[in-house]
Design a protein around this ligand. Structure first.
Ligand code: LLP
Length: 441
């Protein structure tokens, strides 16, 4: 099977040596299953491949892809850094015991409260997204009598050839400080003139886009970044210590996808970076990379139970499952494609083309518009592959559907790392002020 850690046995789908059908029966559906061995081996491969090419490298897992305490602890135990983008992600990491000095705080609109939280907790790096944010951070630091280590996120003006909604480094993106119109160099000159007390600039950051299968844009961005570092050295004398080139490596969603290897991702970024650093005679900086999807995406599978099966007037056959856009909004948001099979009939040949739909009250709640499956019955289990990234982390309670549990499996053992929400959880934040209390007649 092309799906890592998956095999079939007695017509059933296994992952991490666990029978997915038994897991579905034990933990109920929908159920996110994560193959822990795959996540750990990706962490190690990222570190190894980066350091083989550039010894002074760090890997910061982009926790937006999938964030919970166990994941933060796993990443810490593998020696990685962590990219967080909100007070919520930061709190999750800190409450899992993640070393604060290895946390990098991102985001294009960090609040004063979030900045204060980061500074008070000695978070390692704050990635500044705008001049106005730097002003605010300097004020926060001065009040707290602390110094924050910062990088500036730059907009390198590169088109990474991916879906428009996940392209982040083009000229019109909301992220980063533009290089092209001199906003970035102006900001660095202000920093050099001590305009932002209690902040210490150590480098620059960029991230051009996500689910990249064509790596050309990465090399272009690396070139722009090093050349900007050289402009800064010339204009201010500041030589950077750190260059963070972001994440973005794509993964397999369909059988015929062939995503680049981790080594190819690093070659695409580091070959041009190395050449440019040599050309300008810059001091080699520490390099940081921020994979999210490619570290956990293909380690995840979602298991659903099949419910209603019916046909439209035009003959289109619908197979409905007990989740959908509430646990995986990606097909609706980005027209993302997924592969699936029946977990309890995993070796049966497909006999028909169906449309897999969710249970939300929304016509766009289509998980897979067209897929070949054996004739599904109510009670079958459907396994959707590569749901480890941006599924649980983007799940919602639309229609007041409780969020599914997340189970990590390894060596024949399954552990719940996120409990399934209950119906009580759904109403746990509701208040019923006295004038709304219905009297019983
Ligand atoms: N670093 C920064 C600053 C980022 O903004 C991101 C992703 C990453 C790293 C990690 O990128 P990755 O390696 O996962 O491609 N919700 C969308 C993806 C949004 C990505 C946002 N930023 C999706 O489901 O496709």
């Amino acid at each position: 099977m092309k799906w890592h850690g998956c095999k079939t046995c007695n017509n059933r789908l296994y992952v991490g040596d666990m029978d997915t059908v038994s897991l579905a029966q034990q933990f109920e559906t929908p159920l996110y299953i994560v193959n822990e061995e795959r996540v750990r081996s990706r962490c190690r491969e990222f570190l190894h491949e980066a350091r083989a090419r550039w010894p002074k490298s760090e890997i910061a897992y982009a926790s937006k892809a999938f964030c919970c305490k166990a994941m933060c602890a796993l990443v810490a135990s593998e020696g990685l850094h962590l990219d967080v983008v909100s007070g919520g992600e930061m709190h999750t990491a800190l409450s899992a015991g993640f070393p604060p000095d290895r946390i990098e705080f991102h985001g294009n609109n960090k609040s004063e409260k979030e900045l204060g939280f980061a500074v008070e907790n000695n978070v390692g790096r704050i990635i500044i997204d705008s001049q106005s944010e730097l002003q605010l951070l300097s004020k926060v630091c001065t009040k707290l009598k602390k110094t924050a280590t910062i990088l500036i996120r730059l907009n390198p003006g590169v088109d990474p050839h991916t879906h428009a909604s996940i392209s982040t480094g083009n000229h019109d993106s909301k992220f980063g400080v533009p290089i092209i119109d001199k906003q970035a160099i102006t900001l660095v000159k202000e920093i050099a003139n001590n305009k932002y007390p209690n902040t210490k600039l150590i480098g620059f950051h960029c991230h051009v886009g996500s689910q990249l299968l064509d790596l050309e844009g990465l090399g272009e961005a690396a070139n722009v970044m090093v050349s900007f570092a050289n402009d800064v050295k010339i204009a201010t004398g500041i030589e950077i210590e750190e260059l963070n080139l972001g994440g973005g490596l794509g993964i397999r969603y369909l059988n015929d996808h062939n995503p680049p290897a981790i080594g190819e991702f690093f070659d695409a970024l580091l070959e041009p970076a190395k050449a440019a650093i040599k050309k300008f005679g810059l001091k080699p900086p520490r390099m940081v990379f921020e994979p999210g999807r490619s570290l956990i995406g293909d380690a995840g599978i979602t298991i659903y139970e099949v419910g209603a099966i019916k046909a439209s007037a035009s003959g289109k056959k619908f197979v409905s499952v007990d989740g959908g856009m509430s646990d995986n909004p990606r097909p609706a948001l980005y027209q993302a494609k997924y592969h699936a099979l029946l977990a309890n009939r995993a070796t049966e040949n497909p006999t028909e083309t169906v449309c897999v739909v969710g249970k939300s009250c929304e016509s766009g709640d289509i998980l897979i518009p067209q897929i070949q499956l054996p004739e599904a019955q109510r009670g079958d289990y459907l396994a959707v592959f590569s749901t480890g990234a941006y599924n649980y982390s983007m799940a919602s309670n639309y229609n007041r559907l409780p969020k599914p549990a997340v189970v990590f499996v390894m060596n024949g053992k399954a552990d719940v790392v996120v409990r399934r929400e209950s119906l009580e959880d759904i109403t746990s934040h509701d208040e019923l002020p006295s004038r709304f209390i219905l009297s019983r007649s």
